[in-house]
Design a protein around this ligand. Sequence first.
Ligand code: GDP
Ligand code: FE
Ligand code: FE
Length: 197
Amino acid sequence: MVAVDEKYIEELAHKVSEKLSDHRFEHCLRVKDYAIKLAKQNNLDENQAAIAGLVHDYAKERSASDFIQKIDEKGLDPDLKNWGNPIWHGVVGAYFVQDELGINDPEILEAIKEHTTGDKYGKMSVLSKVLFMADYLEMGRNFPGVERARTLTDESLDAGVFYQLSSTLSYLAGQGNPIYPKTFTAYNDWAQYLAKK
Ligand code: GDP
Ligand code: FE
Ligand code: FE
């Protein structure tokens, strides 16, 4: 169990705060706190969880042209250009985190890329699941069912992940929103895995 490096986190928080509005920065602080709680419950490196939580939405307030430029610069899948901020800020945002904040831990970068959509059962690390759930459950969230989702996640991190995948997919479809392929793939894979268990 690695303890949180408070001094490093404080310096990082300052850099994150410079790129985000107050309300979103506060969300990031709450995700950090919830990620630490889930890390403790799941025997994960607390410092890694804290960093991932703090920086996960670092790129959320960048312009579309900043994202397009990064997609070209890094040679990412051009299909990404058909999507928008909700997908870019994680998948492409991880590169802003790496380039501007100097975070090179591949597990943290992968968790940021997956934090909106999740991924297949076998592809999500414990860190990735912790970040995915901390973002959904941080103490500022108040959607109907949040308490049930928190209890479920305390009992089983995997059960929490599937609850979120299933709720988000049905919410997005109910609104008539396009579903990013990885969101679908993640949901199907977890549903099949849990059915076989
Ligand atoms: P936030 O950054 O803290 O607001 O949370 P997230 O990164 O989890 O989600 C950002 C937004 O993306 C939310 O409004 C989700 O509903 C939305 N989102 C998640 N998956 C998909 C998807 O597959 N397609 C679309 N269009 N939006 C999605
Ligand atoms: Fe996000
Ligand atoms: Fe978030």
